[in-house]
Design a binder for this molecule. Structure first.
Ligand SMILES: NC(=O)c1ccc[n+]([C@@H]2O[C@H](COP(=O)([O-])OP(=O)(O)OC[C@H]3O[C@@H](n4cnc5c(N)ncnc54)[C@H](OP(=O)(O)O)[C@@H]3O)[C@@H](O)[C@H]2O)c1
Length: 273
């Protein structure tokens, strides 16, 4: 395995999820032709909304779902981010519906998610990818700074999930993905607030999962266990594909992507090698 390959794993403890419909299958559920009455069935379009696309892999993630036939939407804090994402996806012929909202403004975030869901023809997947990292060490960072980051890293996620429930309900394979990170790759030194925020986000997802499952919505945690950069250790395309697998997998709660280890000892190699 090359040093740039990545290992992805899923932890499955949830009950089996409803069967997925591929883009092709979705396209096949077209209104009836030849005089037959159209099926009164599931909606024919699938839509993705990414909240806080970020600079590292947001455009790749949107492109990956766009390739699967998803209609795309982005909630961003600034119009600049929206323009950047649109510019990156235009060469691939992918249009992106956009709304500007701060995730710490819950009413504005709710309006944005509802507006985009309608614009893209219905919501199937919502990704909460926003994060705020303010550097500071555990014993010197101010509690106010921690609160400021938690408002984005945890409370914003709750607001986003609450906003997405309405548009997601009754949609086939309705899924919320939250982006987390392994504490190992976000060293406590200097990144204390982010480490606390991501741990809280994982706990939030854990606590919400059963409630959402009862409403037919899957809540999955995507853990990126390494830095994302074009040169690795986690490459944007691999991360984007991991986000696709985290949606497409029939079951599982936690989807972890880690860089491949180069120092695998002989004792750890599979027996057939
Ligand atoms: N990059 C990595 O190596 C790495 C590794 C592990 C996990 N992750 C996770 O992957 C995700 C994306 O990472 P990234 O490196 O691409 O991060 P990033 O470039 O810092 O992007 C964070 C996103 O959050 C948005 N955001 C922050 N505060 C907001 C607010 N108050 N309201 C609305 N949006 C807000 C930012 O908006 P603006 O565009 O307007 O700034 C940006 O789009 C994060 O959750 C991160 O923790 C990243």
């Amino acid at each position: 395995m090359s040093s740039t390959a990545a290992r992805s794993s899923a932890t499955a403890s949830a009950p089996a999820a409803p069967p997925e419909r591929s883009a092709a299958a979705a396209a096949a559920v077209a209104p009836g032709a030849g005089g037959h009455a159209p099926d009164v069935g599931p909606p024919t379009t699938r839509g993705l909304v990414v909240i806080g696309p970020g600079a590292s892999f947001g455009a790749e993630l949107l492109r990956r779902y766009g390739r699967e036939g998803f209609a795309l939407g982005v909630v961003s804090r600034s119009a600049d981010t929206l323009s950047r994402v649109r510019d990156e996806l235009a060469p691939a012929g992918l249009a992106v519906a956009g709304a500007v909202a701060d995730v710490t403004d819950a009413p504005a975030l709710t309006r944005a998610v509802e507006q985009l869901s309608a614009e893209i023809g219905g919501l199937t997947v919502c990704v909460y990818n926003a994060k705020l990292s303010i550097r500071g060490a555990a014993l010197t960072v101010s509690p106010a700074t921690l609160n400021q980051t938690l408002a984005v890293n945890i409370t914003g996620a709750l607001a986003a999930i609450q906003a997405a429930v309405g548009p997601l309900e009754e949609r086939p394979a309705a899924t919320i993905l939250v982006t987390s990170a392994s504490p190992r790759t976000q060293p406590v030194a200097g990144r204390f607030t982010l480490a606390v925020g991501k741990a809280g986000l994982a706990a939030l997802a854990e606590a919400l999962r059963p409630t959402l499952a009862a409403r037919g919505i899957r809540l999955r945690t995507v853990v990126l266990d390494g830095r994302v950069a074009p040169t690795g250790p986690l490459r944007p395309e691999a991360v984007a594909d991991h986000f696709w697998q985290a949606f497409a997998a029939p079951r599982g709660d936690m989807f972890r992507l880690a860089p491949a280890r180069r120092d695998t000892s002989v004792a750890q190699l599979p027996l057939e090698v």
